[in-house]
Design a protein around this ligand. Structure first.
Ligand code: BJW
Length: 224
């Protein structure tokens, strides 16, 4: 059984990481669509950096929850037959024990050089980072995918969806493409689709089955 699991902000909510589109979704009065764009970064780089610096700092105070741990158990059971794709930029899947996580929207603990595209691990405020270790330019930005940019490793994801028997979507609103379109893509290629989310997502009707409740309960119940 080949499985593709897609996770979103809802899987980390019970760890204390705010989601984007629930009641606590605003950051200092800004919607994510206002701070997660290349245009916002050009217009006000300090504002955008502080959004990511605050989230990077908050990572130290959160822990993976039973949903992250359950997906790590699933990886140990299925090996290469599981592809875990996350839209999240936190590292809670890795800290929960998953090793093959595909971060399609990038990672908080990585900096990207806008000049030469080199990546470097970065844990502190990005404004305090030295110049790019690759080219020496002071052009580091968060290594994340903003609106209008192309998410990472799309070929690998669509390849896995082509071969999948089951697609499982966990803790995502289905509001942001291309991830929101994975369920339709997988269904057209013959996979079954299961939604595990607190409430029906925007794409809930595309799923063969939807279970609604907290990820910390639904995911272990599904895996075990
Ligand atoms: C719980 C829970 C609990 C709570 N247990 N559940 C087609 C149609 C229309 C528009 C477009 C389209 N194609 C592209 C676009 C444009 C755009 C887009 O989608 N716009 C929409 C607003 C319509 N997309 C893009 O620009 C993307 N790029 C692109 O399409 O390039 C072209 C291309 C693609 C592919 C191949 C070739 C070319 C890029 C999108 C980048 C999104 N970036 C962000 C920021 C990343 C960095 C960061 O984190 O700051 O990604 S935006 C933000 O939204 C972040 C998230 O990953 C993403 C999704 O959010 P998510 O995870 O779903 O969170 P929420 O808050 O929305 O939902 C949480 C859910 O959890 C809720 O349902 C809760 O109920 C639930 N929940 N507690 C279980 N305890």
């Amino acid at each position: 059984m080949r499985i593709v699991v897609l996770t979103g902000a809802g899987i980390s909510a019970e760890s204390g990481v705010p989601t984007f589109r629930d009641a606590d979704g605003l950051w200092e009065g800004h919607r994510v669509e206002e701070v997660a764009t290349p245009e916002a970064f050009v217009a006000d780089p300090a504002l955008v950096q502080s959004f990511y610096d605050a989230r990077r700092a908050a990572l130290a105070g959160v822990e993976p929850n039973p949903a992250h741990h359950a997906l790590a158990r699933l990886e140990r059971a299925l090996g290469e037959d599981l592809l875990l794709v996350t839209q999240n930029i936190d590292d809670l899947h890795e800290r929960g024990g998953s090793t093959g996580v595909l971060h399609m929207h990038g990672e908080l603990l990585s900096a990207l050089c806008a000049g030469c595209a080199a990546r470097s691990r970065w844990e502190g405020p990005l404004a305090e980072a030295p110049d790019c270790p690759g080219c020496g330019e002071a052009a580091l930005r968060p290594d994340v995918v903003w609106f209008g940019e192309v998410p990472y490793q799309m070929e690998r994801i669509f390849g896995a969806l082509d071969a999948a028997d089951l697609f499982v979507s966990i803790g995502t609103s289905g509001a942001v493409y291309p991830a929101a379109g994975f369920v339709q893509y997988a269904r057209r290629r013959g996979a079954r689709a299961l939604e595990l989310n607190l409430q029906p997502s925007d794409g809930t009707l595309w799923f063969n089955e939807a279970r609604h409740g907290p990820a910390s309960e639904l995911v272990p119940a599904w895996v075990d």
